[in-house]
Design a protein around this ligand. Structure first.
Ligand code: SP5
Ligand code: ZN
Length: 340
């Protein structure tokens, strides 16, 4: 088992998110990583830094114009004499144009964003790039024969689509790992997303593909973020029909109800006979999470890990959400203990 981490994550800091009409410090904060690293050290596991990867690899799952925007956004902001974090205030909704990218910086910010909760600061691009490199390095470790590899990604990635950021996510680390496994010669890869929130970005990226099965268990979008995607009737299109599967569960779901769905999901996942698995590992399903509504206890995370590990597949685990900062390390390590 390999553990991959980059200290560059801390460059993404200092932004605020619009939360119920107020600007508040982001729930997605650098301290999350400190707690995860402490728990990893307590377990006696050793962390490695990822190598560097060419930005062209990011375009395997993201559009070139989107990558160019992310890369240059904050520099352009500063060139306009602005400073601090960037948040969009207008979005192209029903009846408006999405077929052309406007020229203005603020116009492009809203064009590529889907919420006002994912600020871009000066270091966001470098942090997001390093986060993606952690996922790529973990995929490479599995391609090289490791049974498991954990990418301590921050910022997270599963809400980022082919040309869209939001939900604290800019580059889709799990999608990049899955694509890396495909490019490394594996024919069928599965993504299992256990973050509390629907992995809308991963769904978007692989929507029309049958070579990457996407399964997500999450809070029902009727009431839970990201609201506008993640329903059970979204099953993929074209060649991808049937290769996207969503399992929304109600607020208050505890381990017993969660495990019943998980078992069904794992059975269907195994039937696909993937050659490797990518887990979008959000631990915001924890009962103490400040923005989520499931009721898994800390003791349930080793159980979650054991059930996934029992598939016996080469597995890349990619860190996604989890905002109960003091408990995040133990909860993540609980899952990883089944693989390490
Ligand atoms: C990666 C990830 O977990 N992203 C989650 C982004 C969620 N952002 C908006 C959350 C709004 C939830 N509001 C609930 C209020 C509870 N007090
Ligand atoms: Zn989440």
């Amino acid at each position: 088992m390999k553990f991959i981490h980059s200290p560059l994550h801390s460059l993404h800091d200092g932004g605020k998110e619009l939360h119920r009409g107020e600007l508040v410090p982001c729930y997605e904060m650098p301290a999350r990583v400190d707690y995860i690293l402490s728990a990893i050290a307590r377990a006696g596991w050793v962390v490695e830094a990822p190598g560097d990867y060419d930005d062209a690899l990011l375009e395997r799952v993201h559009d070139a114009d989107y990558i160019a925007f992310l890369r240059g956004a904050h520099e352009a902001w500063r060139a306009e004499g602005r400073d601090g974090f960037m948040l969009p205030g207008a979005f192209p909704a029903r009846g408006m144009r999405r077929d052309r990218v406007p020229a203005g910086l603020h116009a492009r910010l809203g064009y590529y964003a889907f919420d006002a909760g994912s600020p871009i600061v000066e270091g966001t691009w470098r942090a997001a790039r390093a986060s993606a490199h952690c996922a790529l390095a973990a995929a490479d470790a599995v391609l090289a024969g490791e049974r498991g590899a954990y990418a301590l990604c921050r910022p997270p990635g599963h809400h980022a689509g082919h040309a869209m950021f939001g939900g604290y996510c800019f580059l889709n680390n799990a999608a990049l790992a899955a694509q890396r496994l495909r490019d490394g010669g594996l024919e069928r890869v599965a993504v299992l997303d256990v973050d509390y929130h629907h992995g809308n970005g991963t769904q978007d990226i692989f929507w029309e593909r049958d070579d990457v099965l996407c399964m997500s268990i999450h809070g029902d979008p009727d009431t839970e973020y990201p609201f506008y995607l993640g329903y059970a009737d979204e099953r993929g299109a074209g060649a991808g029909e049937g290769f996207n599967q969503n399992y929304p569960l109600p607020r208050g779901t505890d381990w017993a109800a969660y495990a019943a769905t998980l078992d069904r999901v794992l059975e269907r996942l195994a039937a696909y006979a993937p050659q490797a698995l990518v887990v979008s590992l959000g631990v915001d399903v924890f009962e103490g999470d400040p923005i989520s509504q499931f009721r898994l206890g800390s003791d349930d995370f080793p159980r979650l890990g054991q059930r996934i590990a029992a598939l016996g597949l080469p597995t890349v685990l990619v860190q996604e959400g989890g905002y109960a900062v003091a408990e995040i390390g133990d909860n993540v390590a609980g899952v990883l203990s089944a693989f390490a």
